[in-house]
Design a protein around this ligand. Sequence first.
Ligand code: NAP
Length: 284
Amino acid sequence: MKILILGNGYIGNRCLDSWSDAEMCGDIINTVDDIKKIIDKYKPDGILNTIGIKGQPNVDWCETHQAETMWGNVVIPIMIAQACKEKDIYLLHIGSGCVFYGESPDPKGWAETDFANPQATYSKSKYAADLALSKYPNIGIARIRMPLDNIPSPGNIINKLVKYEKIIDVENSLTVIEDMMDVFHKLLEMKASGIYHVANPGTIKHKEIMEMYKKIVDSSISKEWIKEEDLVKQKLATKKRSNNFLQTKALNELRIEMRPVKEAVRDSLEKYKKLKDELLSRSV
Ligand SMILES: NC(=O)c1ccc[n+]([C@@H]2O[C@H](COP(=O)([O-])OP(=O)(O)OC[C@H]3O[C@@H](n4cnc5c(N)ncnc54)[C@H](OP(=O)(O)O)[C@@H]3O)[C@@H](O)[C@H]2O)c1
């Protein structure tokens, strides 16, 4: 199949690099017409929308740039949905698991169909797009959560945890990028509609990730561990972060599987270490 990736960012480029049947268009989109022209040019069988506004240096930026956030995360996806509907093209849009905060009604975790409780502007914008797009028959929404990658990158949760001096020890669902790219491709092939939680089965604590990092990548690393409420109290963040467990019922119904989270994280860290060593040996 011919996949068109919209958005020239972190996840778009990861998918482009690992899929042989994908092309990318990183053009800035402002109107439905822009997207229709792009569709006419590339003639894809399916589109992956990776366009989004996450804020720089982090999501707290969205609190002071609400209009830009809503434009990029709500208006642009609605325009892409409109163009795809008119052109009869399947669209896989990337959503976020951070639309859920805290304990879920079902102790097994938040279900795809649960009404979300977003608190931060970024989370609200991502949920607004989910609400607008989730009923289109030609659209799938893939919610991802704290992507963990096997290559060093500023968007990789490994790099983020290594960079922070103080870390909260919370337990979460998480998306391993290597598995995610495979799931995205399958959803595009199937033209699967509705919402999917693309998270590896099980949950993991930040402390467990860092313990694995210490064993596999760098034994000298040490961190200060703080309580969840201290993140805002100590002014390390403006808004409380989303922490949650996600159920993956919708993916399971399609018989799409991801590796258990701890196995996938360990494997990613081993690959991360190998690449880091290769990069180091090339630089000396
Ligand atoms: N990475 C994560 O931690 C994470 C977690 C959950 C969900 N997601 C979602 O996954 C998606 C991709 O994230 P990412 O990490 O790849 O983000 P990213 O690296 O910031 O990439 C997003 C890309 O979209 C582009 N863009 C913004 N507005 C645009 C417009 N109007 N027309 C064309 N391009 C535009 C950005 O360009 P500029 O850089 O020039 O603005 C950027 O290249 C987003 O929807 C995000 O919300 C990401």
